[in-house]
Write a protein that binds this ligand. Sequence first.
Ligand code: NAD
Length: 472
Amino acid sequence: MNKPIQIAVVGSGYVGLVAAVCFAEIGHDVVCVDNDERKVAALESGDTLIHERHLPELLMRYRGSRIRFTADLHEATSGSDAIFIAVGTPQSETGDADLSYVEAVACEIARSLTSYKVIVEKSTVPVYTNEWIRRAIERNGVARHLFDVVSNPEFLREGTAVQDFMHPDRIVVGADSEAAAALLADIYAPLTSGVYYARPDAIPGARSTAHPPPLLQTSTKSAEIIKHASNAFLALKISFINAVSNLCEATDANIEQVARGIGLDSRIGPRFLRPGIGYGGSCFPKDVAAFRSVADQLGIDFGLLTEIEKINTLQKKRFLSKVRSALWTLRGKRLGVLGLAFKGETDDIRESPAIDLVEMLLAEGCSIAAYDPAAIKRTQQELPAGPQLRYVEDAYAAARDADALLVLTDWAEFAALDLKRLYTVMRYPIVVDGRNLFDPKVMHDQGFTYISIGRPAVYPARDAELATPAAI
Ligand code: NAD
């Protein structure tokens, strides 16, 4: 094992915390900073605060040894060789990325810089942010030779964040200085050399000693564009398949067959070709908007990005129409809702299409019993329970006495529900599935009216009526 590198990670959210424990896992000494003192106290006590596989065990393993937490940025950064910035870059009113948190951290780092440090931008930021960070630090009186700024975008997915960090498709390092690039190469060496994967206790995943991840060194600007372009491309794939699913609905074709037929083309690939109620989360919506904004500012017509967003918004409205057409009218209807998180295996509800739909349905006068395996606590803070909205303890309680059950998040737990039990607790056996978790034939055989995305709906009651000879 090489000598541990002293790392500070500023921002202990989904990205910062995962990066920090993973750096500890590959042998580095990490101090994790957050200006939210309650978060720091919780992390110090071993509470990860977010729902991520492997995170609790890694935190438990390294807390107090290779990883510690503080709210004091000066103390954290003074002893570090590399300072990773992993604070939020939310969408501003105009669609631009709000870089004020990044700027605040850059200025704070500048105040405590007395020896050479590499400042690593890990938050997702528009092109030229590295230059702005450098300028901000220089404006605060720091000599140019005392620091370098590099871009090291993060590609982890919530729900599989630790595994994604330890088994990445690629590691991108945008560096305009050899010294900084060399430090980043050392930090990731346990992964890129394959040494980590030989450990018996290594987090399991796709990478191995024989197939370690590549490290791609680029200019800082290229690295910044790689991140925005990657997220925009993934959002494009989702919007594309959603638009194709609408075409399938209009023609009684089946999107599962169509997506498989498209995805088997090795130039396209099968991933991110699952239709649904649109993308959400803390990344795609804001990153597509920020990328569009960058293009606008540079005078480049990138209208495709506007179309991606338009299809995404329409997809939620189309789902609402499906619910309406299944129930005729919505006012006063009792709905069971499965899923609040923006996708399965996470408790993150930021920009969740499920929450948007719950709000739309409440506005239509429905009453809702909602269940999510991990996201209820966070949702309650945004949408408190009331006369129209209840949070319940499991999927069957959500379905009890419901006029229809809506599937809004792709939790594996929902796909494994006992359909017989579900049928007996519902008022009417109607399921509107925004995530295509069930097989329409199975649903038909179990007696459900089942409406999903891009696949022919099934109506067992109607079929039975047609099969019965009409009385003369
Ligand atoms: P987050 O909101 O979960 O975490 C940000 C943290 O930074 C918070 O804990 C906040 O308290 C802290 N913070 C803010 N200002 C600070 C300051 N001045 N000093 C110390 N701490 C401060 O955000 P996140 O989801 O981890 O995202 C961080 C960045 O990573 C964003 O740019 C995001 O786009 C990007 N990203 C996110 C994901 C993801 O899946 N969440 C994946 C890849 C990249």
